[in-house]
Design a protein around this ligand. Structure first.
Ligand SMILES: NC(=O)c1ccc[n+]([C@@H]2O[C@H](COP(=O)([O-])OP(=O)(O)OC[C@H]3O[C@@H](n4cnc5c(N)ncnc54)[C@H](O)[C@@H]3O)[C@@H](O)[C@H]2O)c1
Length: 317
């Protein structure tokens, strides 16, 4: 079946969505952006029609699937409108700028026949799937520590919406560690408790630009997830230590998982296909739309992510 896609918000990440739709042979029939220039640029590249706002795009464009790629504070209104119109939604992370907003999206998703999927693309990165499989197979025994960091030299964030609480909802914990919290829940399991620490180095922002979240599970696995807009060097890794072994996926070292059983000196490197997960996440929701498989990530996952991170904010405020 051939589906028609649309994109709401034509900035940086919209390009990754658009490119993935193209690779999958899906036409982007409609785009919208409050910035006319951004809408024009994406529309020209993908031969899409420009609509003045998300309501007209949904009512008149009649897409089967819409990618919401606006800043977080605008996710809810477009998602709820699309879901009420029966249009399937792939919504960028963080799903929402607050827990209340995440709950409103989940309610609309629960009441709609259309699908809603938060765009947690890292779940589709082959190395992360391998980590999950190896842990499920018992390769490292009981998980003791899940250590993760995502961050980079993103000093330009100081002047952008990413560091404005009213638009982003939070700083790097919400922006970047939303991927971490979701990956922890995907690879290890549900989070029972959470706490954290943050710091602010930018002078003109009202959100954190570095921080860490500590979590635990019911059966005693601990997670430490760090993020930062102000790290001098880029960092992106997951390092998991268990009672019987150790697993590492360093995104910067290539698409592979390193494994070492407890007591062994040598590491085994398991090579995996390179992927950012963007194409696979779109392929996944399209597969659910055609009845091939259930949806792997739902609004509940987006809500849980928001609950964990906003609980940390409450504790450290
Ligand atoms: N999955 C990932 O790895 C990843 C990476 C980067 C960003 N993101 C997420 O994607 C979303 C967008 O981020 P970005 O980097 O593309 O930001 P961006 O600023 O580059 O693009 C956002 C676009 O949305 C437009 N916009 C703002 N309000 C709008 C509205 N009400 N209606 C229509 N368009 C509107 C802006 O004009 C802009 O063109 C955010 O939620 C962000 O956290 C995800």
């Amino acid at each position: 079946m051939s589906y028609k896609a649309a994109i709401i918000g034509c900035g940086g990440i919209a390009g990754a969505h658009a490119n993935s739709y193209k690779e999958l042979g899906i036409d982007i029939i409609a785009v919208t952006d409050v910035c006319e220039e951004s809408a024009k640029a994406l529309a020209a590249e993908y031969n899409a029609k420009i609509y003045p706002d998300y309501k007209t795009l949904i009512d008149e464009g009649k897409p089967d699937l819409v990618s919401i790629c606006t800043p977080p504070v605008f996710h809810e209104e477009a998602a709820v409108y699309a879901l009420k119109a029966g249009v399937n939604v792939l919504c960028e992370k963080p799903m929402a700028h607050s827990v209340e907003s995440a709950k409103a999206i989940k309610k609309a998703a629960d009441e709609s026949k259309a699908l809603f999927m938060p765009a947690f693309r890292h779940r589709f990165v082959p190395a992360n799937i391998k980590l999950k499989e190896m842990i499920a197979e018992g390769k490292i025994g009981d998980v003791i520590y899940f250590n993760n960091a995502f961050g980079g030299p993103m000093f330009e964030m100081e002047g952008r919406w990413f560091t404005k609480k009213s638009i982003a909802g939070g700083g790097c914990l919400l922006d970047t560690n939303s991927h971490s919290v979701d990956l922890f829940r995907f690879i290890i399991g549900e989070i029972k408790n959470q706490t954290g620490m943050v710091a602010r180095h930018f002078k003109t922002t009202d959100v954190e630009d570095s921080g860490m979240i500590c979590v635990s599970t019911e059966d005693g696995a601990l997670g430490n997830m760090q993020s930062g807009f102000v790290l001098g060097d880029g960092v992106a890794y997951i390092d998991i230590i268990g009672t019987k072994g150790h697993l590492i996926f360093d995104y910067c070292a290539g698409p592979n998982v390193k494994y070492r059983a407890t007591g062994e000196c040598d590491w085994t490197t398991i090579e995996l296909p390179p992927s950012t997960g963007f194409k696979e996440e779109i392929e996944h929701i399209l597969g659910t739309m055609s009845g091939k498989h259930p949806l792997a990530i739902t609004a509940y996952d987006g809500l849980r992510c928001a609950e964990v991170i906003f609980s940390v904010y409450e504790k450290i405020d």
